[in-house]
Design a protein around this ligand. Sequence first.
Ligand code: NDP
Length: 342
Amino acid sequence: MQQIVLASRPTGAPSQENFRLESAAIPSPAEGEILVKVSHMSLDPYMRGRMDDAKSYAAPVPIGGKMEGGSVGVVLSSNAPGFAEGDHVFGPFGWATHSTANAKMCRKLDPAQAPVTTSLGVLGMPGFTGWLGLKEYGRPKAGETLAVAAATGPVGSMVGQLAKAQGLRTVGIAGGAEKCALAKDSFGFDACIDHRAYDNVKDLRKAMKDAAPDGIDVYFENVGGPVLDAALSLMNPHGRIPVCGMIAWYNAGGLGADAAGQGLTAPKIWRTILVNFLSVNGFIISNHWDRFPEFVAEVAPMIADGRVKYQEDITEGLENAPQAFMDLLTGGNHGKAIVKVG
Ligand code: NDP
């Protein structure tokens, strides 16, 4: 079997040297475990955080340790009740061609109901994140305006489509004309701003104001950086900001290291929250798995009948996972980033 391990910790943006492809013996499943041949693995922004030796909600990957992540595959052998050879499963199998895992951490999939790759994106953790964050912390109301960046990714596209279905004006923010066209044509955003076309917050803010003439009621925070700066100044009284991610700063190597130059000072942020009576709620989706069945019951039919659309960006070969991951962090992915392993 092959796996990709963390060779060294990145300073700033990760590079190829931070990863190493290794061969190893196929492991045997211990009591309560299953052995899986991985077919597809997910690439997610949070993996950048796991490469740092920093205190977080999850432990860092140790140097020499397998890169972690969710994957789908087929059971080769089972030492756990309820799982049998040939079952399709989702689980924490990491960046590897084969893996064992505690069966309690795995979920059986029915490929006849939905392609197994959807359990990595639209019907998996990222789609669930968009659904929960919008419902619980965005509290959308018909007639309001919602803005979300990384609008064509699995979180942003879910947020935009659900908000639109509930009668909101939806403003996407995405990198490049192609992604903006995708946001509008496929995911139904009323407008989409290409944030990479602006080199200053003032112009970005003007473009966002034109797209959200009545101001922003829900800013679903995926990115931080200049987009946050612009969005904050457009928030309406009693607006809501579900704080989901801040990918613009994941490579910053220190919280907000590049924020000072963007005028996003703590007094400015706090004052905006204060005078606009904003509700700002951070959340980590792994604390909400009890709501996952509710999400699937509500959204799976919407995917099946085309009300919710999704796009996947599939890279071939485990050895290409590091490059695909680096591309994800800089906007090179067009849809949910997945690596076809098998
Ligand atoms: P995506 O597949 O959308 O990929 C990330 C995207 O972020 C890139 O494609 C790029 O899109 C955009 N991006 C990168 N750098 C910047 C920047 N400097 N400014 C603006 N946009 C940037 O990711 P996901 O949908 O999987 O995740 C979206 C966010 O949600 C991330 O921040 C992630 O960490 C967070 N998240 C949080 C969870 C939680 O539990 N709180 C769970 C899951 C995800 P573009 O080219 O359009 O700029």
